[in-house]
Design a protein around this ligand. Structure first.
Ligand SMILES: NC(=O)c1ccc[n+]([C@@H]2O[C@H](COP(=O)([O-])OP(=O)(O)OC[C@H]3O[C@@H](n4cnc5c(N)ncnc54)[C@H](OP(=O)(O)O)[C@@H]3O)[C@@H](O)[C@H]2O)c1
Length: 248
């Protein structure tokens, strides 16, 4: 239904979890996908397994918190693939603690990866996308950026920041035929959510009207739609995919 043939996509945080599922979904729709995260070994194993199935992917190790590293990823993609049509800013980390106990380093690192990483991505693709007069930028925030969560002040601030950054850049880039949208996942079954304590998990699941944790594919399907030509009139939006958790 959504054809991404001849499109070139970059996905950050591609090595596992939600990012890995996004890579697979976009590649299955026909895009060439550049898989980016810090660990080359994990990226290569993902890329090889997908290419063995006839899909088209390459890898580029990158630390999203470093603007130069992100610029190299995009420059190299444009040089080798001749365009950059889709950017999915998915890389993210947690370093949880109550504010009283949160170190300055843990605050800085989460903001650097989760929020500055998205800024670095948008900044790096803006020029080539404007030149092409086409672009799809999709940022992965979190419902924690919408409703907050005790013990995650740094994460909540970074994810709320992504929502504002997405809206501002959507308004800046709309006239250039570049859309910018944000997805706010609820609790999704990945290594990140595995780290949550069992008791906290139980409490959280009780707050999900659908009564189940989400899957990475629930997020990847929305990314596919927003990345497609069919979503050309949607920009500046934040879409929660959370089993109804943030329904007021
Ligand atoms: N799982 C959930 O319940 C949930 C809910 C809401 C939002 N989210 C958001 O969804 C996104 C993906 O989460 P996930 O659950 O799939 O997480 P995950 O399983 O922990 O994977 C995180 C990915 O980000 C990459 N990464 C971390 N730091 C990076 C950096 N500095 N530069 C480049 N890549 C980096 C990791 O690869 P390397 O370690 O190799 O760099 C990995 O590929 C995150 O933004 C997260 O905040 C997740």
């Amino acid at each position: 239904m959504f054809n991404l043939k001849n499109k070139v996509a970059v996905v950050t945080g591609a090595s596992r979890g939600i990012g890995k599922s996004i890579v697979k979904t976009l590649a299955e729709a026909g895009a060439h996908v550049v898989c980016a995260s810090r660990s080359k070994v994990d990226l290569e194993s993902l890329s090889t397994s997908l290419n063995d199935k006839g899909l088209s992917t390459t890898v580029f190790p990158c630390d999203v918190s470093d603007l130069e590293s992100f610029k190299n990823l995009i420059d190299e993609t444009v040089n080798s693939q001749e365009s950059i049509d889709i950017l999915v800013n998915n890389a993210g980390i947690t370093k949880d603690n109550l504010i009283m106990r949160m170190s300055e380093d843990d605050w800085d690192r989460v903001i650097d990866v989760n929020l500055k990483g998205v800024f670095n991505g948008i900044k790096s693709v803006t020029r080539p996308m404007i030149r092409q007069k086409y672009g799809r930028i999709i940022n992965i925030s979190s419902i924690v950026g919408l409703i907050g969560n005790p013990g995650q002040a740094n994460y909540a601030a970074s994810k709320a920041g992504i929502i504002g950054l997405g809206k501002a850049s959507a308004k800046e880039l709309a006239s250039r035929n570049i859309t910018v949208n944000t997805i706010a996942p609820g609790y999704i079954n990945t290594e990140m959510s595995d780290a949550i304590e069992e008791k906290t998990k139980e409490n959280l699941f009780n707050q999900i009207p659908m009564g189940r944790i989400g899957s990475p594919e629930d997020i990847a399907t929305m990314v596919l739609y927003l990345a497609s030509d069919k979503a050309g009139y949607i920009t500046g939006q934040t879409i929660a995919i959370d089993g109804g958790m943030t329904t007021f």
